[in-house]
Design a protein around this ligand. Structure first.
Ligand code: ADP
Length: 473
């Protein structure tokens, strides 16, 4: 009989998504479902449409005690694309406008909200047998500690770090409210500069830890990228491995994507998508290269660099369309640039369908990230025949090779790669992209090659599966 895996994440596409974690929590369980009996578990946020996905109540409500308070919990379920999904409902966790809080800051009681999520996961493991619990990011990391603490739960845990920049750090006084004994408030457990750090619980107590690319796995053990946890991670490095994320080829396929004005199988077929986006963004010149940026407006994504460089990029023969949301100062600055340059256009917001149309329309995707654990955008760009322009860091270094080294018949994706996160380097990369675009034949050959490459989970799912086997032997 297949082993049972409970895959926990605070966001899962298509139910709730703010970024790449949701894509991974949708596509990795799906890729593993032929080998394992995988159940995905996430909060049933208010924004999730229960009718649309046929989400129904599975159990009678039950109570959970956390830090001396009683919480009533409901468990819901549905089958989505062959994967069983479990939803936990508690008003404290789910009745919010945003998943984690407005862009500027998280909700004040996030420690309680996601502490409760972890307690619910542990409670489920007491009543139902799972061989493996796969935890993701800080929001459910505390479950690793709760499980280790309970000798009645035999489940083995794997903890995946998707982004070390978000660790779930809270004032020390939440410890009691989240029902964690003060003996865990030590350097080798959850204490972090006098505060409580949820991610540390995952790192310390999981049987194994992964992060989302081999390069990021090395980077996070350095002062530059470790966000204060480099020493702790180095200490646990024997149980740490970097495994590259993949994308779901069914969801990101220009040949079948229903969001597109017309589907296509090679770059020649992108024309109508380009005219569609140029029109929507009020840009002119279908023969000019179209650069797009799609992502969260935050320091990590290199938005400062983009803002600094955009006016100079706009002086080149190209169009630039930007889609994103996040920190308001970034939206304001980008909007000011768009207002004063007719070949720069901005759409503020989160729009899945528009993002797909932009991947399809674009010739180049800008990714000047300062750090990038894995990055999915560049792989989506490959699939849609758009060449990524990337800073060589984290997963971008692992997935995007320099187009200058393009080799016919190879299995890697090519783009424009720059080495330093500086405006001059980004500008010069964009200039190179424009020059490559003039050499139509070469540009199309490389873009078509990228479209043929495999960025699915096929290889990485095998690695996860070996890990599952080794921890649950
Ligand atoms: P991160 O998780 O750090 O935000 P990733 O590259 O791992 O970055 O994943 C980002 C995912 O979110 C991709 O699927 C990307 O297309 C999508 N995305 C980001 N911003 C937006 C937006 N404003 N509208 C639609 N999709 C977006």
């Amino acid at each position: 009989m297949a082993k049972r895996v409970l895959f926990a994440a605070s966001e899962v596409y298509p139910f709730a998504k703010t970024g790449g974690l949701a894509d991974v929590a949708h596509s990795l369980p799906k890729a593993l479902s032929s080998r394992y009996d995988v159940h995905v578990i996430l909060p049933l946020y208010r924004s999730i449409d229960r009718n649309k996905y046929d989400i129904t109540l599975l159990h009678e409500p039950f109570n959970i005690e956390m830090g001396g308070e009683e919480y009533t919990i409901e468990i819901y379920g549905c089958l989505f694309e062959g994967v069983e999904c479990r939803f936990v409902y508690a008003p404290l966790l789910c009745e919010r406008d945003y998943l984690y809080g407005p862009p500027e800051c998280g909700y004040e009681d996030n420690a309680l909200r996601f502490g409760l999520f972890s307690h619910i996961i542990a409670a489920l493991l007491r009543s139902e047998h799972y061989d493996i619990l796969h935890l993701n990011d800080w929001q459910c990391a505390l479950a690793a500690l709760l499980i280790r603490e309970d000798p009645m739960i035999p489940t083995k845990t794997l903890y995946t770090i998707h982004n070390l920049a978000y660790q779930g750090v809270f004032e020390a006084d939440v410890l009691e409210q989240i029902g964690v004994d003060s003996r865990y408030f030590t350097l080798d457990a959850v204490e972090f500069y006098g505060k409580v750090n949820f991610m540390k619980a995952g790192i310390a107590y999981a049987d194994f830890i992964t992060t989302v690319s081999p390069t990021y796995a090395k980077e996070i053990m350095t002062h530059e990228f470790g966000c204060g946890l480099e020493g702790f991670l180095s200490f646990h490095s024997r149980k740490l491995q970097g495994i590259l994320n993949g994308i779901d080829p069914e969801h990101f396929s220009p040949m079948s994507d229903t969001a597109l004005v017309s589907t296509y199988k090679n770059v020649k077929g992108k024309k109508s998508s380009k005219s569609d986006i140029l029109k929507q963004f009020a840009l002119k010149g279908a023969t000019k290269p179209l650069f797009v940026f799609i992502g969260r407006f935050t320091g990590q994504k290199g938005v400062d660099l983009l803002i600094e460089t955009l006016p100079k990029m706009a002086a080149l023969e190209c169009n630039i369309a930007i889609l994103g949301d996040g920190e308001e100062e970034y939206s304001t600055a980008l909007n000011a640039i768009a207002q004063s340059h007719k070949n720069v256009s901005l759409h503020v917001g989160y729009d899945e369908a528009l993002s797909h149309r932009m991947y399809a329309a674009s010739d180049f995707l800008l990714m000047p990230s300062l750090f990038e654990p894995c990055g999915l955008n560049q792989m989506i760009a490959f699939a849609y025949g758009s060449l990524p322009v990337v800073h060589r860091v984290g997963g971008l270094a692992d997935t995007v090779k320099k187009f200058e080294n393009y080799k016919e018949g190879s299995s890697v994706g090519y783009g424009i790669v720059f080495n330093t996160p500086a405006s001059r380097a980004l500008l010069s990369a964009v200039q190179k992209a424009c020059e490559l675009y003039i050499d139509k034949k070469r540009f199309e050959e490389i873009a078509n090659h990228n479209m043929e490459c495999d960025f699915s989970w096929s290889e990485s799912a095998k690695v996860y599966s070996r890990l599952y086997e080794s921890i649950s032997k």
